[in-house]
Design a protein around this ligand. Structure first.
Ligand SMILES: Nc1ncnc2c1ncn2[C@@H]1O[C@H](COP(=O)(O)OP(=O)(O)OP(=O)(O)O)[C@@H](O)[C@H]1O
Length: 283
């Protein structure tokens, strides 16, 4: 029975991976490098993310995972290489046949295609839950009060917070705050969502409820998702593909089965070994 279920899951995952074979990527990093002063933290990364694909990015602390997300969110500018988003260059534009740095107008328009959720929720403390979620659709997308309200309610229902519309962030648990932050990003209907270690600031007992919400969004959605995480079980459950990065490079990538059951590089084996050690210690 158990074996049957596993086989079904594998088949479903293979079907999904085949689905990406004929489509254009929604995101494409081309030989991306990023330095902070003398420190080169991204060292020539090529990565494609397909519409609807869920990629989990794992790797040691300081390996450049967050920086890759921030480059796509236009919070950091690449030092070298290009990023394509939804068929257009993100950081560059062509002027008179030459590639130049994109202007603010272009960056602003492109930024609207991406949503990012951070470790710290950054809610507006003086606004209730509903206003936190309707704020950007009203001001950035120019939606009417009713449209923004309807969209916000749909998203707050999705994250299980439709009962908390009038409540202020200080009255919410960490898990609830993070779910508001997720609704606030979803309401903008981005094409790509980046989740950056969204549970690492939470008390352990609140981690599960947030991961469940993300899994649900992943299951239903056509949205591409980049999930930066230290939660290995979650990565295994949710991802179509896992990227293992270390010291600014992609060292290995594959399906969860390939990464967790058949890892090739010593670097990945030792990384996963450390996790297994930590898990058995905490039992
Ligand atoms: N604004 C910055 N200025 C200088 N160095 C930075 C800056 N942002 C990141 N770094 C450095 O870049 C490297 C990669 O950081 P990054 O946060 O991308 O790693 P990470 O893999 O996400 O780590 P973690 O899992 O701990 O979040 C680190 O050495 C970090 O100190």
């Amino acid at each position: 029975m158990q074996l049957e279920k596993q086989t079904e899951e594998l088949d479903a995952r293979e079907d999904r991976n085949e689905r990406f074979a004929d489509v254009q990527p929604i995101v494409k990093y081309n030989n991306i490098t990023k330095s902070f002063g003398e420190l080169e933290v991204i060292k020539g990364v090529d990565l494609e993310l397909y519409p609807g694909e869920k990629i989990a990015m794992i790797g040691p602390s300081g390996s450049g995972k967050t920086t890759l997300g921030r480059l796509l969110m236009t919070l950091e500018e690449p030092t070298g290489g290009t990023i394509e988003l939804d068929g257009e260059l993100l950081w560059h534009m062509e002027v008179k046949g030459k590639l130049v740095r994109a202007d603010e107008k272009h960056l602003h328009r492109m930024r609207g295609k991406v949503g990012m959720i951070f470790q710290h929720f950054n809610l507006f403390p003086h606004m209730n839950v509903l206003r936190n979620v309707t704020m950007a659709p009203r001001t950035v997308l120019g939606l009417s009060r009713e449209e923004a309200h309807d969209r916000a309610i749909t998203m707050l229902r999705k994250v299980g917070l439709e009962e908390k519309l009038e409540v202020y962030p200080s009255q919410l648990s960490g898990g609830q705050k993070q779910r508001v932050a997720i609704a606030r990003a979803l309401v903008m209907q981005p094409k790509v969502m980046i989740f950056d270690e969204v549970t690492s600031a939470l008390d352990p007992e609140l981690v599960g409820e947030v991961l469940e919400v993300i899994k649900e969004i992943a299951r239903e959605g056509e949205m591409a998702m980049l999930l930066i995480t230290h939660e290995m079980e979650f990565a295994r459950d949710v991802a179509d593909r896992i990227i293992f990065g270390a010291e600014g490079r992609i060292v290995e990538q594959g399906t969860p089965e390939q990464i967790f059951e058949n890892s090739q590089s010593e670097r990945l084996q030792s990384f996963l070994g450390r996790f297994a050690g930590a898990a058995s210690q905490s039992l």
